[in-house]
Design a protein around this ligand. Structure first.
Ligand SMILES: C[S@@+](CC[C@H](N)C(=O)[O-])C[C@H]1O[C@@H](n2cnc3c(N)ncnc32)[C@H](O)[C@@H]1O
Ligand code: SF4
Length: 336
């Protein structure tokens, strides 16, 4: 089995299919002007499918398509068609802001998509507009219900919680999910990228999120799916569904992290908070064989020592953390 320097296997691959996005979420990519990756540098679907096939041969079982906004690539279903039948792939998921989902759902499901995560940080239309700068909540709700009507399951909804901005949306979102059979995943606000002006004062911890929900709808902890999922899951004691919290800041899960990432321009990145990528596209476009590419990927993984979130927590605890000191790749390039 392929393991890294800290004995962690590679099990998940997150592929950013584009760095472009139709939203400008304040916590992710708030900038109107940004130096977007040149179109010819973006991986083609053939290149992505080749990488995915080799990654699955190396041990990857789950693939998530993300971005940027993956549905900004109009023909994404053609990629799903190539990935869904991969032998050995147990799970193929799409993470989307949902705005274009209703109009694409038929093509996506026909191509083999069975599961989707949709980001929605509030049910208040005005606030939604402020947080995403360009988003229309109604379009996203349409997308969510179109996914449900198409039979995708489970449908997970993601919300980043930002203190003073949408912490009062936690319970309404929980109630929306309980009423409609969606699984809510709250995400601690992370200092990803360099553009969101993260400070620890904006953070609402997992402990607080769980306390708020538990006080109204008692919860029982289930734990992490397969022991290594980012989310710690809880079921409602009354049996009406489950929620999860992704606590990358206050409860880092680096020791069980099995995730590799491919940026939209074909760099392999071994940590969400990394500032380096390994140029696998240059290898592919330079004519590397499958065996050479697999070796290239395996060698990167073998040398992996990342444990950024654990180090950040140590620094936060000793009041010695300055997010600006560490340049990171933007989340839109490497995929959340
Ligand atoms: C980068 S987005 C890409 C996919 C798609 N555009 C979407 O919004 O779902 C993937 C996930 O990252 C989350 N995310 C973005 N910035 C974040 C931050 N600063 N802290 C925590 N999660 C963040 C988003 O909420 C989303 O659930
Ligand atoms: S979170 Fe998703 S929708 Fe929002 S700016 Fe980032 S990539 Fe776009």
């Amino acid at each position: 089995m392929l393991v890294d320097a800290l004995r962690r296997p590679v099990k998940d691959l997150r592929i950013s299919v584009t760095d472009r996005c139709n939203f400008r979420c304040t916590y992710c990519m708030p900038l109107d002007e940004y130096e977007w990756i040149d179109k010819k540098e973006i991986l083609t679907f053939e290149e992505i499918a080749r990488l995915a096939r080799l990654a699955v041969q190396l041990g990857v079982e789950k693939i998530r398509l993300t971005g940027g906004e993956p549905l900004v690539r109009h023909d994404l279903h053609l990629l799903i068609e190539k990935l869904a039948p991969l032998d050995g792939l147990k799970d193929l998921c799409l993470t989307t802001n949902g705005a274009l989902l209703a109009e694409r759902i038929d093509a996506l499901t026909r191509a083999g998509l069975r599961r989707v995560n949709i980001s929605i940080d509030t049910l208040d239309g005005e606030k939604f507009k402020r947080m995403t700068k360009r988003g229309d909540l109604n379009k996203v709700l349409e997308g969510i219900f179109a996914a449900k009507a198409a039979g995708l399951a489970p449908i997970k909804l993601n919300a980043v919680v930002e203190r003073g901005v949408n912490d009062d949306d936690i319970l309404p979102l929980v109630e929306f999910c309980r009423a409609n059979d969606f699984a809510m995943r709250f995400i601690e606000y992370m200092d990803v990228g360099n553009s969101n002006n993260w400070t620890s004062a904006k953070l609402v911890s997992k402990k607080t999120i769980v306390e708020i929900i538990h006080a109204r709808y008692p919860l029982r902890e289930i734990g992490r799916d397969q022991g290594s999922a980012p989310s710690v899951d809880y079921e409602f004691v009354d049996g009406q569904g489950d929620i999860g919290v992704i606590a990358s800041v206050t409860e880092p899960f680096c020791s069980s992290c099995t995730r590799a990432r491919v940026t939209a321009d074909g760099k392999i990145v071994t940590c969400l908070f990394s500032n380096v990528g390994h140029d696998v596209k240059a290898q592919m476009r330079g004519g590397a064989s499958d065996a050479e590419l697999a070796d290239f990927i395996a060698n990167i993984w073998r040398q992996r020592t990342d444990r950024y979130s654990a180090q950040r927590l140590e620094a936060l605890n000793s009041s010695n953390y300055d997010p600006k000191r560490h340049r990171k790749i933007e989340m839109i390039s490497l995929g959340g």
